[in-house]
Structure formats: structure tokens, C-alpha cells
Design a protein around this ligand. Structure first.
Ligand SMILES: [Mn+2]
Length: 357
């Protein structure tokens, strides 16, 4: 049980006059209870936390969700079980995760619970998840370390003729070997001209001498995601490749220097954008500079041109500038950092000088 997190939910419920808050999403369920099973609903009230799940997960829930009251879905459907529990607890007003529920689930719920008693809430738990606690930062650091170690292991294996898919598989295998439960998103390995596609997932293309190879990958470790990108060259580079690489590296370095609690996401975006602009490459960077990472790979807050909110201390966020020149290639470098009062702590330790294998 994560009491500090639950207390924050209960305080927000009080403000909105909610007797209960229903959690239906996997990540928020784990965040509030510790339970990692794929099926279960959580009902938070002012006095208790109820975890409803089925036969398959009872034993796991007992072990993981200590302090929760367990309710087994048995003779009734989940919505009927919930309605009965709400009656028993005299829960009248109910908040739900409007951004994590299907229309079908909502209709089923509204058939059981008076529609007027339901308050759809967007990002209710996510708002709290923006700032990571110590335990979360430790898990994110380990997840990122696993990715660092996998890259160090795989770099010496990369040879001309190896396919992008083979490189991706090696990275994924090493991360699993080091304790990851899986990948946090589909591994991107984009080489040669394909590296101009920011999200070019690995194909059967063979890597060749003179290619840039962009590897963007991450793992899930105890529920927490990692995210790293490195671009390396194979055999040799020409002058233009070196210029583009150094620009991306400078943009990232300047952004890293500027990050601290209290700045806005758009300010940091502008730092990187200005480096590219000044060099005449402004139009080749077209995505956000970074996103927060936690139980999900893409969380708020972000670095983007539209992000006007300030970044709070203990946000864990990526810094990933890139340049993409169509029909030529591209470079991206991505680190994961913890935002602090007067700077940031980099969780990524893979080298950033241009590696030519
Ligand atoms: Mn990323």
C-alpha cells in the first residue's frame, strides 16, 4: 500500500465531494496499491482502499497489495460487484478515470450507478504521478542503467551486414537478461537514410559502412520504463555527418544546462531549437524535446513549444533533440534526467562522443 499516494487522492476527493474514486487502469492500480496483475478495479474511499479482482489474482493481490481490502469478483460482473460494494459502504458520489475507460464500460457502470452520481475525471491520478518519489526514482534509475548496460554489450557486436532487426533483438535480449520484464516501446533501429525517420522501427535492412545508426529503446523494470537514444556511425563519417551530430550534441548539452525546477517546458524546448536555428537547421527538428517517464513511457509534463507549465522538482523527463534530413539521414541523442532545484541529475551514462564502429 502506498499510503502517501492514497492520502493525496483522498484529499483531492474531499475537495470534489467524492465518496469514492474508481481506478480501472493498470498503471494507476499499481501506483496506488502495488498490485501488478492485469485485471482489477480499485475503489478508494476516505477510510479504505478496496482492490477487486478475480480468482486468478487473489494470491498475488494478497502478497502485493498489503493493506488493501480484497474483494473477489465471483458471482457477479465487475460493475454489479462494485455497485454492491458502494451500497455497503454508502458511497454515493463516484469519481472515475474518464480517460482510461471505454464507452462500453461507462455505459455498463451508468446502468448500475446513477449517472448523475458519477463524475468523469481526466488525469486525476496522473497529476500526482508527475512528481516522482524516492522509490520511483530508484526504479527509473535502474531501468535506465539496464538500457545503458545493454547498449554497452551490443555495440561491439554491430558489424556491416547485420540487420536492424538483429540489433534490436540483441538489445532486447540483453535488457531481459539484466532483469527487465520487457520493452517499454517497440525498439527503434533506423540506419542510413532511414535514420531520417524519427520513429523508424527496426526492419530487415542491413547496416552498411557510412551509415548512421539511431537506436532508441527502453525496458520495463518492476513496472517502470526507461528510454535512451544513441546514434552511432559505421566505418566512417563525412563532414556533414559530423556537423549534424555535433549540432545535436550541442543542443542537448545546452538544454541539459538550462534544466531546473521552475522553468517551463517551452523555455527548454527553445534552448535546443535556438541551437539548430542559429546553424540554419531549424526546420529539421520537428518534435517535442522531451516527455516524462514513469509507469508509462509517455507522461506529463513535457518539453514542447506549447508547454507553458513550470516543471516541478523530481520530474523524470527525457531530453532528446534530433535533426532529420529527408533522404539523407538523421541523428538523435536522448538522456533521461531527474529535475532538481538548481539543475538536473542525468540517469543515462552511455557515452555521447560520436562513436564510429
Ligand atoms: Mn523518448
Amino acid at each position: 500500500m502506498r499510503w502517501k499516494r492514497i492520502e493525496k487522492i483522498q484529499a483531492k476527493m474531499k475537495e470534489l465531494d467524492l465518496d469514492g474514486f474508481l481506478v480501472t487502469s493498470k498503471e494507476n492500480r499499481q501506483y496506488l496499491t502495488g498490485f501488478t496483475g492485469t485485471f482489477g478495479w480499485v475503489l478508494v474511499t476516505q477510510s479504505n482502499v478496496y482492490l477487486m479482482t478475480d480468482f486468478r489474482y487473489i494470491e498475488q493481490a494478497q502478497q502485493q497489495a498489503r493493506g488493501c481490502k480484497l474483494v473477489r469478483f465471483q458471482h457477479h460482473t465487475p460493475v454489479v460487484t462494485l455497485r454492491m460494494l458502494m451500497e455497503e459502504l454508502e458511497v454515493i458520489t463516484l469519481g472515475i478515470e474518464s480517460d482510461r475507460m471505454t464507452v462500453d464500460e461507462f455505459e455498463l457502470l451508468a446502468n448500475q450507478v446513477r449517472r448523475k452520481a458519477i463524475t468523469p475525471l481526466k488525469g486525476f491520478v496522473d497529476q500526482i504521478r508527475r512528481v516522482k518519489d524516492e522509490e520511483e526514482i530508484a526504479l527509473l534509475a535502474r531501468a535506465e542503467e539496464i538500457s545503458d548496460q545493454a547498449l554497452a554489450h551490443v555495440l561491439p557486436m554491430i558489424k556491416p551486414g547485420m540487420t536492424e532487426r538483429e540489433i534490436a533483438m540483441e538489445l532486447e535480449f540483453q535488457m531481459r537478461r539484466l532483469g527487465a520484464s520487457g520493452v517499454s516501446f517497440e525498439t527503434i533501429v533506423a540506419s542510413g537514410k532511414r535514420s531520417s525517420m524519427p520513429h523508424g522501427v527496426a526492419t530487415d535492412k542491413k547496416v552498411e559502412i557510412g551509415d548512421f545508426i539511431t537506436m532508441d529503446f527502453g525496458c520495463v523494470y518492476q513496472g517502470y520504463c526507461s528510454d535512451i537514444t544513441r546514434t552511432i556511425a559505421l566505418g566512417k563519417v563525412d563532414e556533414k555527418q559530423e556537423t549534424v551530430y555535433n549540432l545535436v550534441r550541442k543542443a542537448q548539452e545546452d538544454a541539459l544546462q538550462a534544466i531546473k525546477a521552475g522553468v517551463t517546458g517551452s523555455e527548454i524546448q527553445a534552448v535546443a531549437q535556438n541551437v539548430f536555428q542559429d546553424a540554419g537547421y531549424g526546420s529539421f527538428f520537428g518534435h517535442g524535446l522531451g516527455h516524462s517517464v514513469g509507469l508509462e513511457i509517455h507522461e506529463e509534463p513535457r518539453f514542447s513549444p506549447k508547454a507553458d507549465e513550470v516543471i516541478p522538482e523530481n520530474t523524470v523527463i527525457t531530453v532528446e533533440p534530433g535533426l532529420y534530413l529527408p533522404n539523407w539521414g538523421g541523428v538523435r541523442i536522448e538522456d533521461l534526467v531527474v529535475v532538481k532545484k538548481d539543475g538536473c541529475i542525468n540517469l543515462t551514462h552511455s557515452p555521447k562522443e560520436l562513436i564510429i564502429l
